[in-house]
Ligand binder design. Structure first.
Ligand SMILES: Cc1ncc(COP(=O)(O)O)c(C=O)c1O
Length: 416
């Protein structure tokens, strides 16, 4: 095995090494050992809420950190009214739904949330999934058939790609956000049912999907479009109806998909659309049919989060103000944030060894950002992902910037 563990990545351990598929490849286990402290940056234990400042375990001890990791974009995960609603839901319904929605896991609270989501998005109906991942996977695999073609942006989330693979349809990729590349991909499959799969905000790059232009191309080919609004729902658009609202293309999207795990601060996914399509999907989306429904306590929290997210538009305003401030400051430090234009910002390091060394330094200094390694991003774009929220104060952001400046950009600081 190569001596330098940073020359290997997760893409290297997919070959069969043993006769037993239940045994991890020995080279993988050795690689994890050889990588020393790199793996300690993953799966950190939070010792408190996912607030703008929180406490995580680091080096075996509690460490106070500025949290640029959690998707708690509007601060709803620990909003007192959301927590109170969860308490009420818990008291009334207990913990679990204790069954899949089709047979036994549906409560009146679930129905209320379905109606609330449908009404919020101006659709006839909505259905809930117990995870965003399952929602995307179930929707794509539940609607596409073997003779169809899924045409995905090459930065698509794995839930979307896995959904296409599960449907056994043909899959095609096009260059990220590139209308010309999409045009070529669509032309290759004329005469077949084609679904173009886009995202409102790309979760690693933090840029918006080029929705308008890509939809024009899809429409010119008679292809349908699906938009994953996981990171954009409730946090984008004047009323929180996602990137589609922001770019004025809601009417062109028959089916809206989002998650409750980001701006809603909870867990789960949903899809909203016409009554007929949702009814069909309820029978064909396996993660819906064959998996336990969301716990009612979570549904109660989401209902309150939706109400607050709709009403308190100032939360969205604050989120975007914070994102713009942080962007402008990172730019002035000459820190590479790629194509990000949102509250999700990659801080590109581009060297795997340095990523982990700097990662430890940042944790030690009290800044919590997530390392994103190859193959989740290209090798020369390995990065930290920073997520700004509405709840970060200017002092939080300035302190985070100071830590980043000290750790990453001493040259920029000296010249300031
Ligand atoms: C674009 C995108 N879609 C779907 C998901 C899955 O959502 P969840 O975490 O709610 O399962 C994610 C998760 O981060 C995502 O980034």
């Amino acid at each position: 095995m190569d001596e330098d563990p940073f020359k290997l990545s997760l893409s290297n351990f997919l070959a069969k090494e043993t006769q037993d598929p239940l045994q991890a490849p020995p080279t993988f286990s050795k690689w994890v050992r050889d990588s020393g402290r790199a793996s300690e940056l993953y799966e950190p234990q939070m010792l408190s809420t996912a607030d703008a400042r929180t406490t995580i375990e680091y080096d075996g001890k509690p460490q106070s950190v500025i949290n640029l990791c959690s998707y708690n974009y509007l601060g709803l995960a620990n909003h007192p009214d959301v927590v109170a609603a969860a308490h009420d839901g818990l008291r009334e319904y207990g913990v679990g739904a204790c069954g899949a929605p089709m047979l036994s896991g549906m409560t009146d609270l679930h129905r209320e949330l379905e109606r609330a989501v449908a009404e919020f998005l101006g659709r006839e109906d909505a259905m809930l999934f117990n995870s965003g991942f399952g929602g995307a996977l179930g929707t794509i695999s539940g609607l596409l058939r073997k003779s169809d073609v899924a045409i995905l942006d090459n930065r698509s989330h794995l839930s979307l790609r896995d959904g296409a693979i599960l449907s056994r349809c043909r899959t095609e990729k096009f260059e990220h956000n590139d209308p010309a590349s999409l045009d070529v991909a669509l032309s290759r499959h004329q005469g077949r049912r084609r679904l173009v799969i886009l995202e409102g905000i790309y979760s690693m790059d933090g840029d918006f999907g080029n929705l308008k232009e890509l939809m024009d191309i899809a429409q010119s080919h008679g292809a349908s479009v699906f938009v994953d609004e996981a990171h954009s729902m409730l946090a984008c658009g004047e009323n929180g109806r996602g990137a589609a609202e922001k770019f004025g293309v809601e009417d062109r999207i028959p089916l809206i998909y989002g998650t409750f795990s980001k701006a809603f601060g909870a867990l789960g996914g949903f899809v909203a659309g016409s009554r007929e399509t949702i009814q069909y999907l309820r029978f064909y989306a396996h993660p819906y049919v064959y998996s336990c429904a969301l716990p009612p306590v979570v549904v109660a929290a989401i209902l309150k989060a939706l109400e607050i997210g709709r009403r308190q538009t100032e939360l969205r305003k604050q989120l975007w103000e914070n994102a713009e401030y942080f962007h402008s400051q990172l730019r002035s430090l000459e820190i590479d944030t790629g194509s990000s234009t949102t509250y999700i910002m990659p801080i590109v390091i581009g060297d795997r060894g340095r990523l982990y060394q700097v990662g430890h330094e940042l944790r030690r200094r009290g800044l919590w950002v997530a390392p994103v390694d190859y193959p989740a991003v290209p090798l020369n774009r390995v990065c930290f992902r920073a997520c700004v929220t509405a709840k970060h104060t200017r002092a939080d952001l300035d302190e985070a910037l100071n830590i980043l400046a000290d750790t990453l950009a001493p040259a920029a600081l000296k010249s300031a």
